[in-house]
Design a protein around this ligand. Structure first.
Ligand code: LLP
Length: 421
């Protein structure tokens, strides 16, 4: 559920008309709803209500805007980070270090030092060489790093290949079948305190069965490791729960159904459970607001050319992702249209032959469910400035990332001496 609703024929976000934001900030612009963020945190937390003190670490990669992170920090969430940059953003937004977990296959020694300096809750290690490096870095600082190994359970998440992470051929985690050996080796590394097991098999999962299969493997490993004398105290079950994008498709499992499955599968595990939800918290809390530049005749359907492009919202061109596209002020007619951006690539296409509200040049459209992996994946291709972001709360709203002037983009480059004259 979200808080983007039609009031007197025009879309509002909470109590703010989308048109008012477009008029003041220009388009394209990402718009986020605090009420939706708050609701999603509540729903996810309630779903895990019967667990003892779970750590819910928001996957910062899904939306690292400082205002979004500060909202989630106030609601008590921790953070799952995958770079020194994300770590510093999370801390700057008020997320305490003891609620931060550091994932990712390529942590550098410098990033490890930074995280150790801040005293984060857990490093999720993804290989033995990484464990050796972290041990050395921690020892050199006179510390012991709290760690889990992320295991690769070889489970097919049944999602898009580019966002599947739990198959043996994927780069993530250590092989499940060799986990006991990897843990035994880690125990001998004096800079590590081996405290947990972690798993994350992919994103936008619309079926609980692969998650249940992976979690069952984690449970068996926790038991085997404790049997082997490891003091395993945490199990990080990752993120991955899908959200509805296309109203014509079956609704993905609810957080409540996910929570019921988690509570059933993990019953009696002697560990603190951790979660890394991203999309399910922020996905439906954001929309990309864009204006129609012009409508051009097409062979089968008209091309609706909008001022947002693949650099602003990459998901359709990268994963063939489906985002609902709604007129901000619908005229009450629908027809098939191709919605495209101005970038000079055929891949800069948001929808082909989409049955949608009829729109004309100058009208506003909203790309829904754009709060996760939207602005954070934006770039400046075709020398288009990064997309600004707005946060709404009730009848208040604020620009939480301004649109940079094109001059800033140009000034970012420099011309070497030998070309100067
Ligand atoms: N934990 C780890 C270790 C992850 O790699 C991810 C996402 C998450 C948690 C959060 O997953 P979520 O709950 O959001 O599904 N750009 C793609 C999604 C990439 C997901 C990467 N990892 C997209 O736009 O669909």
């Amino acid at each position: 559920m979200d808080h983007f609703d039609y009031v007197d024929g025009a879309m509002q976000v909470e109590q703010v008309p989308m048109a008012a934001i477009a008029d003041a900030v220009g388009t394209p612009v990402y718009v986020y709803s605090t009420a939706t963020l708050t609701r999603h945190v509540g729903v996810f937390r309630d779903a895990l209500g019967s667990l003892d003190n779970p750590l819910i670490a928001f996957a910062v990669k899904a939306n690292p805007n400082a205002a979004v992170l500060a909202t989630l920090a106030k609601l008590g969430l921790g953070a799952d980070v995958v770079s020194g940059g994300e770590l510093l953003r999370a801390i700057a937004a008020g997320i305490p270090a003891d609620r931060i977990v550091f994932s990712g296959v390529g942590k550098t020694a410098e990033e490890m030092r930074l995280a150790l300096d801040h005293g984060i809750f857990q490093f999720n290690l993804e290989s033995e060489p990484e464990a050796e490096m972290l041990s050395e870095v921690a020892l050199s600082m006179g510390k012991r790093a709290p760690v889990a190994y992320r295991i690769n359970p070889d489970v097919d998440a049944g999602t898009h290949a580019k966002i599947s992470t739990g198959k043996s051929e994927n780069k993530f985690g250590i092989p499940y079948d060799r986990a006991l050996e990897s843990y035994a080796a880690a125990r001998d590394l004096p800079g590590l305190d081996v405290q947990g097991v972690a798993v994350h098999i992919g994103s936008q999962l619309t079926d609980l069965a692969p998650l249940e299969a992976a979690f069952t493997k984690v449970g068996a490993l926790v038991a085997a490791l404790r049997e082997a004398g490891h003091d395993i105290r945490t199990a990080d079950l990752g993120g991955g729960l899908g959200v509805p994008y296309d109203p014509a498709l079956p609704v993905p499992p609810s957080p409540a159904a996910y929570g019921e499955m988690v509570c059933r599968v993990t019953q009696g595990w002697p560990v603190r459970l951790m979660f890394e939800p991203g999309r399910v918290i922020v996905g439906n809390a954001g929309a990309l607001l864009s204006r129609v530049v012009r409508v051009k005749q097409g062979a089968q359907a008209p091309f609706v050319i909008v001022d947002a492009a693949m650099n602003d919202l990459l998901r359709p061109s990268l994963y063939d992702a489906w985002h609902d596209i709604r007129a901000v002020t619908p005229v009450g007619q629908r027809a098939a249209a191709n919605v495209v951006g101005p970038v000079c690539e055929t891949g800069d296409t948001f929808a082909m032959g989409r049955d949608m509200d009829v729109v004309a040049a100058g009208d506003l459209v909203a790309f829904m469910t754009a709060g996760a992996y939207g602005a954070t994946m934006a770039g400046t291709y075709n020398s288009r400035p990064l997309t600004p972001e707005v946060l709404v709360s009730g009848d208040k709203w604020a620009v939480v990332r301004a649109r940079p002037p094109i001059e800033a983009l140009i000034a970012g480059d420099s011309i070497p001496d030998w070309l100067a004259d």
